[in-house]
Design a protein around this ligand. Sequence first.
Ligand SMILES: Cc1ncc(COP(=O)(O)O)c(C=O)c1O
Length: 294
Amino acid sequence: MSERGSGNEQMSGQAGEIRVWVDGERVDPRAGSIAALDHGVTVGDGVFETCRVLDGVPFALSRHAARLDRSLAGLGLPEADHAVIDAGIKDVLAGEPIAFGRLRYTVTGGAGPLGSERSTSALTYIVTAGPQPPNPATGKLVVVPWTRNERGATAGLKTTSYAENVVALSYAQQRGGVEALFANTVGNLCECTGSNVFVVVDGEILTPDLASGPLAGVTRALVIEWGRQEGLTVREGPLPMSILDRASEVFITSSTKDVLPVHAIDDRAVKSPGPVTERIAAIFASLSRERLDP
Ligand SMILES: Cc1ncc(COP(=O)(O)O)c(C=O)c1O
């Protein structure tokens, strides 16, 4: 067997559990289903969304759909047909309910030239769902030596060009981190590879504003809204990286992690879970169970 064949076999146990739907039909996750010239494959010209699935039910679908539309518009791609995406979602979530997992859908520019220029072609739709391992109770963040470009052409868009995140997450994991933490180009706190970051200073919850360059996370927005609704002070703004030294608590948020307390940033220990983080995690857990499409 070729090296490539044995690599595929190593992946089969995991890939076998992932349900994949492409352009209208359910496909074998290990078989080819995307054109080699798809612009999403050749240059990362596409966008995606990841939603949490609990007991077979996806969370916050409307907010994810709205963000997908913003990402497509930001890339200059045509509007997506949400009826197509919804059909894919229905398909991959049918059958045995996924107890805890993720639904991910991707829309790319479709077949295109080999370079960065675009041709007019039909969008490619990919919808997948599968289980995921439970999250740790707390995690360590590793500050990476690379920056997020808050003034870049794709700042704030959830595009499939995620190689920077792959490199940064690998750097963090090699150092025992659950996530990598980026500053932006002016040295302010920004976000992680797939999560937003919050700090607690003098009892107030602070998070970088969107002008600092993070993705407008669905979980981030709900933590801000629901936290304020429940009487907590939550503020957005530019935050210097030095705020980390003053933070009594730190947590990160994402669709797959919900609210995850942070117990260390590099070699510095942080109280975890602190009382404010516990409170916001409880608020998020309870309201997200009650309101499935907030
Ligand atoms: C770069 C980045 N930041 C933040 C987040 C968190 O966003 P959400 O809460 O919508 O999952 C994600 C994950 O989607 C992400 O990819």
